[in-house]
Design a binder for this molecule. Structure first.
Ligand code: COA
Length: 332
């Protein structure tokens, strides 16, 4: 028997129906469809408009859809990891709320916070539970309600993000499928360039923090762009080199969807044709932790057993990383 690897055996995603287009934003902001689409590749994004719903509701919808698709039951799951930057509440974890809403009762559940790299960090964490034999069925869900932390009067940030959720099921494979290698990175000196200024233990919410709009995304877009472009390209090239892979060996690059120009820079660096890159930023914007599983879900029918995939991301922190995996199934 080969060594145990963690393979993705099912994928699902869920995004709200409500669409916010660039033209919609241009009605209230000094911006335009031309500016947003040429700088970012984004045309529209989905918004969870029901004020009573949060990140866990979108994640629960994605998971219920996965259960329906796979005939799996909630009792089969032994671990649930939720990657999110927009938890329902500071504590307890959003994973606990998701477990409640999906009736998952035989699993240990926790959140991972690595901003836009959170889905990759979570996948690698989940893989360890599978590889060591601790778990047999792990759900990794990436979900964010970015609209809850955006200032819709700030054209520099609100145009970039959208809401959504995606989930994958990880199971053991002894046939060489699943996660083969990964590189995860962090440089904490970057944390001030993309963050929320208040609401945590250092600066709890107060009248003053609300008046100063410190509960919204703050971003120095230019600096983030510079580091994202270099680091996502570097780590993608590094994981390929370490596994002796050339562009010809790769079926798909599945990048985090923050900016089309960042994605193109990564593809160019490793010599990948644009036909091999999953890009749906035009429809969803940057959904933070949901972007990679949203791509896997949308491209699922095109992914074939034995395909080599590279998943890459960069996010606040700074955090970034890349995973090399062999896809384990073809959809009939
Ligand atoms: N519409 C119109 N003008 C806008 C605008 C908008 N939505 N947002 C910013 N501008 C203006 C700026 O105010 C600035 O004007 P000024 O020179 O008069 O001050 C000008 O456009 C240029 O801004 P700049 O920030 O230099 O643009 P850019 O080419 O760097 O693109 C981003 C801005 C945000 C698209 C780009 O920096 C980016 O993608 N950064 C990384 C974002 C990211 O990936 N974040 C998540 C990481 S996971």
């Amino acid at each position: 028997m080969g060594k145990i690897q963690a393979a993705i055996t099912a994928v699902n995603a869920w995004a709200p129906d409500s669409r916010l287009t660039n033209d919609d934003l241009a009605k209230t902001l000094d911006t335009s469809d031309e500016w947003i689409s040429s700088r970012t590749g984004i045309k529209e994004r989905r918004i969870l408009t029901d004020k009573n719903l949060g990140t866990s509701d979108m994640a629960a919808n994605a998971i219920k859809g996965l259960f329906a698709k796979t005939k799996l039951s909630a009792d089969d799951i032994d671990c649930l990891i939720c990657a999110t930057a927009t938890p329902d509440v500071v504590f307890p974890s959003t994973a606990c709320a998701i477990a409640d809403k999906t009736n998952i009762q035989n699993a240990f559940c926790f959140d991972v916070m690595a901003a836009c790299s959170g889905f990759l960090y979570s996948l690698v964490t989940a893989a360890k539970y599978i590889e060591t034999g601790t778990c047999k069925k792990v759900l990794v869900v990436g979900a964010d309600k970015m609209s809850a932390i955006l200032d819709y009067a700030d054209r520099r940030t609100c145009v970039l993000f959208g809401d959504g959720a995606g989930v994958v099921l990880l199971e053991p494979s002894t046939e060489g499928y699943g996660i083969i290698d990964s590189i995860l990175k962090c440089d904490g000196r970057g944390r001030h360039y993309l963050h929320m200024k208040a609401g945590g233990s250092v600066k709890p919410a107060s009248h003053e923090t609300v008046e100063n709009k410190e509960h919204f995304v703050y971003q120095d877009g230019h600096t983030v762009f510079k580091y994202a472009t270099k680091n996502m390209a570097d780590v993608t090239a590094d994981v390929m080199a370490r596994n002796h892979l050339t562009a010809d060996d790769i079926a798909w690059l599945v990048p985090h969807q923050a900016n089309k120009r960042i994605i193109e820079a990564t593809a160019k660096r490793v010599g990948l044709d644009e036909k091999k890159i999953t890009v749906n930023i035009n429809k969803y914007g940057n959904t933070t932790n949901a972007s990679i599983p949203l791509c896997l879900w949308e491209w699922e029918k095109q992914l074939k057993r034995d395909d080599n995939l590279i998943l890459s991301a960069f996010g606040a922190g700074f955090t970034w990383g890349s995973i090399y995996m062999k896809w384990g199934y073809s959809t009939p």
